[in-house]
Design a protein around this ligand. Structure first.
Ligand code: EPU
Length: 416
C-alpha cells in the first residue's frame, strides 16, 4: 500500500492548477444514465472515486470513452439496472444511480451504502422523496429495489438538507410526469453544476442555486457538453496548506466566490488573499491566529474543510473551538494530529484546540479523505519527517496531490 513521506518546513511558492470537483463530477457522470445520446464532459478530475463510478457505468452497459480530463458517456444501450454492494460499499456516491435509473427505466436495484467512517449516513431521504413521486420501494437482503411505471411530480420537503439526496431527487424529477418542487434543497455549487448540466440536456429547472427547486418533467433528455466546476474543497485544502507552512501560491482554474465562509476564516487567521475571476493568490508570512468556526451547509463553513482548517488551528497563536454539525463522527483526524504534537480535546461535537508552536513529524494513519488531507498539511508544516499510511483515502478525492504540492516546493513523495 502506498504511503506519503513528507519532510516538513519547506515554504511553498508558485502556481497550482485546481481540478474539477469530485462532488460535482460524480453526480454528473451518473446523469449519463438519463439519456441515450452522448454526454461530453470535461474537467473530470483523476480520482479513484471517478474510476469507481466509471466502472459502475461500464457494468451497467454505458459506453465510456476517456481522453485526459474528458469523458464521453453513451447510455444508448444500458443492460443492467443495478449497483452492487461491492462498488457501493467503497463509494457511497454510487447511490446517485438510483434516481436516474428509476426515472428513465422504471426500475433500479441499488445496494444500501451502510455506515462509513464519518458517521452512519442513512439514505432515508432519498427513499422518502422517490416514494412521494410514486415509486414502490422495498428493502431486501441489503438492497433497495425501486419500481415505478413513470414517476409523478410531487412536493418534497426533506427532513434535513442533503446534498446527494437533492441530486438524486433532481435527476428523478427531470423525467417525471408533471411538476416537482424540492424544498429544503441543498444549495452547494456542485448541486447547481449538476442542475446546469441537466438544463443543457433539455431539463426544465427553476431556482438553481437556491433551496427551492421547481422541475417540470420532460419525456426525454438529449446529449450535451459540460465542463465540471472547479473543486472548492481542493482549493481550500491548498489555501490551508500555504497558511500553515507559509509562502506565496496562486491557485488557477478556480473561483473565490464559492468558498466565502472559509476565505473569511482564513483572513481572520492572518492570511492575505487576493483573487480574480478564475484564480486565488494566497500569501502567508506570519504564524496563524486561532479561529473559531462551526460547520454548516452551504454557504456556511463546509464540513469537508473542517479537518484541514483544524490542522492550521493546531499551530496557531491562541485557543480555538471547532464545532462539527453535519456528521456525528468527523473527528478521527484529532488523534493523529495529536500524535504530531497538537493539543486537541474533544467535548461532544466540539474540538478545543490549544495552539502549539509546531508539529513534530511522526508516522500517522489516514482514516478518511479529508482527515488524510489534514495530515498532509500537518506534515508539510512539521519539523522532521512524517509518514502517512493508508493514503488510498487521499487518492479517492485528490487529483495527484503530492505532484501538485511538489511543484510548489514541498518535499513530499509517494513511497510503495
Ligand atoms: N442524512 C440523512 N438521511 C439522508 C441523507 C442524509 O440522515 O437520507 C444526513 C447525513 O447522515 C448527514 C447529513 O444528513 O448527517 C448531510 O448529509 P448529505 O446527504 O448532505 O451528505 P452526502 O450527500 O452523503 C455529500 C458529499 C460529502 C459532504 C456532504 C456534506 C458527495 C458525493 N459527498 O455527502 O463529501 O461531506 O455532502 O456536504 O457529494 C467528501 O467529499 O469528503 C465528502 C464526504
Amino acid at each position: 500500500m502506498d504511503k506519503l513521506l513528507i519532510r516538513g518546513g519547506k515554504r511553498l511558492s508558485g502556481e497550482i492548477t485546481i481540478s474539477g470537483a469530485k462532488n460535482a463530477a460524480l453526480p454528473i457522470l451518473c446523469a449519463g444514465l438519463l439519456t441515450a445520446d452522448d454526454l461530453q464532459l470535461s474537467n473530470i478530475p483523476h480520482l479513484q472515486d471517478v474510476s469507481t463510478i466509471l466502472k459502475l457505468m461500464r457494468q451497467m452497459g454505458l459506453r465510456v470513452t476517456e481522453d485526459g480530463d474528458r469523458v464521453t458517456l453513451n447510455g444508448g444501450d444500458i443492460t443492467k439496472l443495478e449497483a452492487p454492494y461491492e462498488l457501493v460499499k467503497t463509494m457511497r456516491a454510487s447511490i446517485l444511480v438510483l434516481g436516474p435509473l428509476l426515472a428513465r427505466f422504471g426500475e433500479a436495484k441499488v445496494s444500501l451504502p451502510g455506515g462509513c467512517a464519518i458517521g452512519s449516513r442513512p439514505v432515508d431521504q432519498h427513499i422518502k422523496g422517490l416514494q412521494a413521486m410514486g415509486a414502490e420501494i422495498t428493502i431486501e437482503a441489503g438492497y433497495i429495489h425501486a419500481k415505478a411505471k413513470r414517476l409523478k411530480g410531487a412536493r418534497i420537503v426533506t427532513d434535513m438538507i442533503t446534498v446527494t439526496g437533492t441530486e438524486n431527487l433532481l435527476m428523478a424529477a427531470v423525467l417525471a410526469d408533471g411538476e416537482t418542487v424540492l424544498e429544503n434543497a441543498a444549495r452547494e455549487p456542485e448541486v447547481a453544476d449538476l442542475a446546469n448540466l441537466l438544463v443543457a440536456m433539455g431539463a426544465r429547472i427553476e431556482g438553481i442555486g437556491s433551496d427551492h427547486l421547481v422541475v417540470q418533467g420532460v419525456d426525454k433528455l438529449h446529449g450535451a457538453s459540460h465542463a465540471v466546476v472547479a473543486d472548492r474543497i481542493e482549493t481550500g485544502t491548498f489555501l490551508c496548506a500555504v497558511a500553515a507552512v507559509g509562502g506565496d501560491v496562486t491557485l488557477k482554474n478556480t473561483r473565490s466566490n464559492f468558498l466565502d465562509a472559509a476565505l473569511d476564516k482564513l483572513r481572520e487567521a492572518g492570511v492575505i488573499l487576493t483573487s480574480g475571476d478564475d484564480w486565488i493568490r494566497v500569501q502567508m508570512a506570519a504564524r496563524p491566529k486561532a479561529v473559531n468556526f462551526r460547520t454548516t451547509e452551504y454557504p456556511g463553513f463546509p464540513t469537508d474543510m473542517q479537518a484541514q482548517f483544524m490542522a492550521l488551528n493546531c499551530i496557531a497563536d491562541g485557543t480555538s473551538r471547532v464545532t462539527e454539525t453535519i456528521f456525528e463522527n468527523r473527528f478521527m483526524h484529532v488523534q493523529e494530529l495529536n500524535r504530531l504534537g497538537a493539543a486537541i480535546d474533544i467535548e461532544g461535537n466540539t474540538a478545543i484546540i490549544t495552539g502549539v508552536d509546531k508539529f513534530i513529524g511522526a508516522p500517522v494513519m489516514a482514516t478518511d479523505l479529508r482527515a488524510s488531507a489534514s495530515l498532509v498539511i500537518a506534515g508539510l508544516a512539521a519539523q522532521g519527517e512524517t509518514l502517512i499510511e493508508r493514503i488510498y483515502h487521499l487518492d479517492r478525492g485528490y487529483d495527484r496531490m503530492e505532484v501538485k504540492l511538489s511543484s510548489v516546493g514541498a518535499d513530499i513523495e509517494r513511497v510503495k
